[in-house]
Design a protein. Sequence first.
Lengths: 414, 301
Amino acid sequence: MSTKMVDLPDEHGFFGGSDDRGQAGRGYGGRYVAETLMPLIDEIEAAYDEARADPAFQARLDELRRDYIGRATPLYFAERLTEHFGGAKLYLKREDLNHTGAHKINNALGQALLASRMGRRRLIAETGAGMHGVAVATVAARLGMTCVIYMGATDIERQQPNVQRMRLLGAEIVPVHAGTATLKDAMNEALRDWVANVDDTFYIIGTVAGPAPYPRMVRDFQSVIGRETREQLLAMQHRLPDSLVACVGGGSNAMGLFHAFLDDADVAMIGVEAAGEGLESGRHAASINGGTPGILHGNRTYLLQDDDGQIRDAHSISAGLDYPGVGPEHAYLHDSGRASYVAVTDDEALEAVALCCRLEGILPALESAHALYHAGRLAATQDPDQVIVVCLSGRGDKDMDTITRHLMPEEADS
Amino acid sequence: MSASSLNTDALDTNVLDTDALDMNTSNTQALIADSRLARRFAALKAADRAALVTYVMAGDPDPETSRDLLERLPAAGADIIELGMPFSDPMADGVAIQRAGQRALANGQTLFRTLERVRDFRRRDDDTPIVLMGYLNPIQRFGEDRFLQAAAEAGADGLILVDLPPEHGAALTARARDLGLARIPLVAPTTPPERLPKLLAQGDGFVYRIAFNGVTGTRRTDIAASLGESLSELKRRSPLPVAVGFGVRDGDTAAAVARVADAVVVGSALVERLAETGVEGALALTRELAESIHGARKSEA
């Protein structure tokens, strides 16, 4: 391979190659958006590349990461989980300890600083579980910007605490009733807002998807996860991990963890998709394991779709994974074989929540529990001298209603 | 043709009715310059009036109603028909067209059936241009080449693809041209002048100027005034007629746009009228709009 994987995408926004006229070929990504947005997206790309090269921008980002988000997050040796599975050592990258409780703020902060630099004072975002919405509402408050969050009506119902948090932070929440009233519909609605308000608005996409440059930009802001992990493990164990495991909805925490290791061929990378009620049930959110390539939300990637190219409903117990697509870089890493993608069901994720609570005293988000479950399964087959790093992408407080209903139904009924 | 044959077999020429293939089969290099669109615009220019372009969603609310409306639109005054290809996630469309797409999909509309509808229409009307409008994913799923071939053979005249910018569209445009299908470029208020050559180089048929920044169906009455110099800028750069759409909902706005543009596109208002009052209501609105447009330049003079 002539280009290093860390240098992708190419100038047309494609991961895995495009032809000389900017067509995808077998590549993923691109910028398939309405003409109204094209000039704006060009502007964002130029502004981002300039900011990226500007030491003052990086210094401001580093300072707020340290003092406001609370980075670096710990790389924690999960001793009792390791004992439980009796195999490889399990380390948890504690993104749940970030300010606002998930990795989402790494990206929200970076994009909000870019928006501010571009003179945009109104931030909009889509949110599923509400963690990205909370993160955007938080940085909007901190930077004194207006904030509008689009959220599916179904998700508003199942993530009430986060809805209240966002309102308290000063954000306006717009319920989306279209389609399945979940994350993809919230993203459609945010795009519609953006088309109507191009002059003053910056759209903070929450995952490594959307038109170029978003997949690259979100990845770059999240890649602090992997850079820290690498340094921390080298300091503790004087070696690189054998495997990295992270959950994948759109896939931003996974790309954040993977990116610093892409060119380390001996480090295995495993993305864990939501199998919902089982891949064979058709009720899942596993775009790579159960989908086909197509175009949605501005990029070419794996999608859940029917034979007529209509997008199918995703299903997962975790609102944050309930999305029928996946970031284009994951699609490329899958096809190239550099990363592998497995799937974990709703029930298995719940089992991992319970286990992590009892053995480690940590309540993981339902999203992160998908990764934990697979990491346990993998650890049990490996030797004690091997190391697995799991991205514990968020805390589970927001999921208490769902968790209680499933794991302690007698409590939920009372 | 049974619905079950749709998704499995390749849609090759023998699946389609060969009677309907008049102008496209004999000459795959069919010149867009001598197309139905060009003839229609030439005739309207001679009559000194703008075209009424009516957007309806294929299969909305059901196949029979949609067919009935489509067939009667030309007599009611539609000069060009834009036929929406429903998509589950229409990110540039407002609520009216979103709902129209959902109704159509819920009643079994597929891309194949949309093409069948065009072919059926073309058997009865060989003059009214039909432009297919939609999003890329269903087309890619169907197969780009297979779709272009089938659309041309069915008698469609052009394509408006909302989410295919010229940056990724060169190959599709070239193939469409070979088949005599016009790739109608969308130009937005945000489009800077330096982007126009890129858009116009892949443009045929007419230019679709989006009236304002927003989704389809937003109510605006100040459209004609807000266009300002942009139409003359387009005219300087391209010989193509210019249509203006998004937000035209009533006769007065349509007339104002008809005084400055070559065509007026009405979509959401018509789709809403269809949902509220059925085919007769939609046709009544079409007649009203046509009348306003026909009178527009005369009343000015």
